[in-house]
Design a protein around this ligand. Structure first.
Ligand SMILES: O=c1[nH]c(=O)c2ncn([C@@H]3O[C@H](COP(=O)(O)OP(=O)(O)OP(=O)(O)O)[C@@H](O)[C@H]3O)c2[nH]1
Length: 171
């Protein structure tokens, strides 16, 4: 099975590879910087889901893949504040695309204010944490949980939710 991931972000690629290996699903992996075709900073569950779907569909169209995975990060407004949200899509030709979402955490007001003003979370997290490339490492969730849940774990959980729905893979 040829599996394509619609991102060059190492935290996403590693999460896909790790989860499929853990589930003993054999395959070869490839990755491409697939466009999400949504805002740079998706601002709702719907937009973040659409970004994940668009990335997976782009992989199917542009790569010789049997299975395509799109993973997308965003934020969502709630009456209780702005929350981090992440979504994954698993697409195969001729089949219904599967969707799964990851853990959420409320973002501190000082981050939320800047996001609402139009800034992107990745660069904001680097400034806030005084670290580099947080989006490709522990992620915002890792910073705000003091490493209890890092971004790789969040994407691994999403991947488990996706491939767990693939009943035919486990027969
Ligand atoms: O430090 C972060 N920790 C996170 O937990 C997180 N979740 C989302 N974002 C940011 O939101 C935008 C879209 O997310 P995103 O997943 O589409 O892009 P990405 O740059 O992370 O990956 P990719 O586009 O290379 O695949 C980008 O500015 C990301 O940096 C995060 N940044």
């Amino acid at each position: 099975m040829k599996i394509a991931v619609g991102s060059k972000n190492p935290v996403k690629i590693k999460a896909v590879e790790y989860t499929l290996q853990e589930a003993r699903i054999q395959g070869s992996f490839m990755s491409i910087d697939a466009p999400s075709n949504v805002s740079e900073m998706p601002f709702s569950d719907e937009e973040t889901m659409q970004g994940a779907i668009n990335r997976a569909e782009y992989c199917l169209k542009h790569m010789e893949a049997d299975v395509a995975i799109g993973l997308e990060g965003g934020v969502m407004e709630t009456p209780f504040g702005l929350f981090l949200c992440n979504w994954g899509a698993l697409a195969e030709n001729g089949k219904t695309t599967l969707l799964a979402g990851g853990a959420r955490i409320k973002l501190p007001d000082e981050i939320a204010v800047n996001l609402r003003a139009g800034e992107e979370l990745g660069p904001l997290m680097d400034i806030y944490s005084r670290r580099e490339n947080v989006r490709s490492k522990e992620g915002a969730i890792g910073i705000f949980t003091n490493g209890m849940v890092n971004r790789d774990e969040l994407f691994i959980h999403i991947m488990k939710l996706l491939i767990g729905q693939k009943g035919d893979w486990f027969k």
